[in-house]
Design a protein around this ligand. Structure first.
Ligand SMILES: [Zn+2]
Length: 320
């Protein structure tokens, strides 16, 4: 009788052990299946390329919840995180988006020679350019001596705040009217362009007419009322540095080459066959500004150190 009872106890103990093992196995399987998109997203930067996209994005245009896994990179040299209070006295609202959100420029230095950085023209889709602008604003606020005495630097934090608010996905690329702002400037403008070789996940518009969007108008007004010599418009991702001008403007080419040397971003850029219409860089170049579209390596990282070097080039750059 005792013998029977003890083997019964042993059976229960082994049963509990088996249950435990099954639970551990179950947790491993669940963990592996919880992030099915990770392997894919790791290779996305190669094909997921902002305005100059040749290849289709992964087959589902609707973003899956894996998007929420996005974590902006924190650069090591950034001493203080960006806050609106921090840089408040440097902040100027230069206009409002179609949905009424402010478009902000932060000013550093007060020299007569002016330079400009524009981030977020493609909104949340290229949200890491906005992260970079914020990191640069915070860093420069703490290190104002980085700006030479004869220079003024303007940083436009987010040219497309409606797209930024919509989210970090393809739907965050246009403004609130479905216009691709980097197709809306009044140089080589088209309402609808030849999509071959271009980013074409959503059928965005170039606008009702050249410069039709309030964001574009705010940018045009700012450029026309300042004396900016050189400008970087940030994008992501991966195709490199595109000089402004059609054909490429000589000064813009020189700027692109100098930026490529310190960042490693490709110049000449990778050509996908897309013919770009109505871009900010082409518009700036048409006004005599050395201008480039410069793409970060992916949609996540801000690559702070190499872009601080890029800023140094932008500040020191001399008209050839
Ligand atoms: Zn872009």
């Amino acid at each position: 009788m005792r013998r029977v009872a003890s083997s019964w106890v042993v059976g229960i103990i082994w049963g509990i052990n088996l249950l435990g093992l099954l639970a551990i196995l179950g947790m491993i399987v669940l963990r592996l299946s919880a992030y099915p998109g990770e392997a894919k997203s790791a290779s996305r930067p190669l094909i997921d390329s902002g305005p100059r996209l040749l290849f289709a994005l992964p087959p589902t245009p609707l973003f899956s919840p894996t998007v929420t896994l996005f974590v902006p990179a924190t650069p090591t040299p950034t001493p203080t995180p960006f806050s609106f209070e921090l840089a408040q006295e440097r902040r100027e609202v230069i206009g409002y988006s179609y949905a009424g959100r402010p478009i902000e420029v932060y000013t550093f230095g007060n020299g007569h020679r002016q330079r400009m950085i524009v981030a977020g023209i493609h909104g949340g889709y290229e949200g890491n350019t906005i992260d970079l602008a914020e990191a640069l604003i915070a860093w420069l606020d703490a290190n104002p001596e980085f700006i030479p005495h004869d220079k003024t630097l303007y940083i436009l934090r987010s040219l497309n705040p409606d797209g930024e608010a919509r989210g970090r996905n393809e739907y965050g690329r246009s403004n609130a009217r479905g216009v691709d702002l980097n197709r809306n400037f009044p140089v080589n403008w088209r309402a609808v362009w030849d999509r071959r070789g271009c980013w074409n996940v959503l059928k965005l518009s170039g606008g009702a007419y050249p410069g039709s969007e309030p964001e574009t108008q705010a940018m045009m007004n700012f450029i026309q009322t300042h004396s900016i010599e050189a400008l970087i418009s940030y994008h992501s991702a991966a195709l490199g540095i595109f000089p402004g001008g059609e054909p490429w403007d000589r000064a813009s080419i020189r700027l692109a080459q100098a930026l490529s040397e310190v960042t490693g971003y490709p110049f000449p850029p990778i050509q996908t066959g897309c013919v770009y219409t109505g871009t900010l860089a082409d518009y700036a170049a048409s006004l005599g500004i050395a201008a480039v579209d410069m793409e970060l390596s992916n949609h996540h990282d801000i690559e702070f150190e190499k872009n601080l070097e890029a800023l140094r080039i932008l500040l020191e750059w001399e008209e050839p």
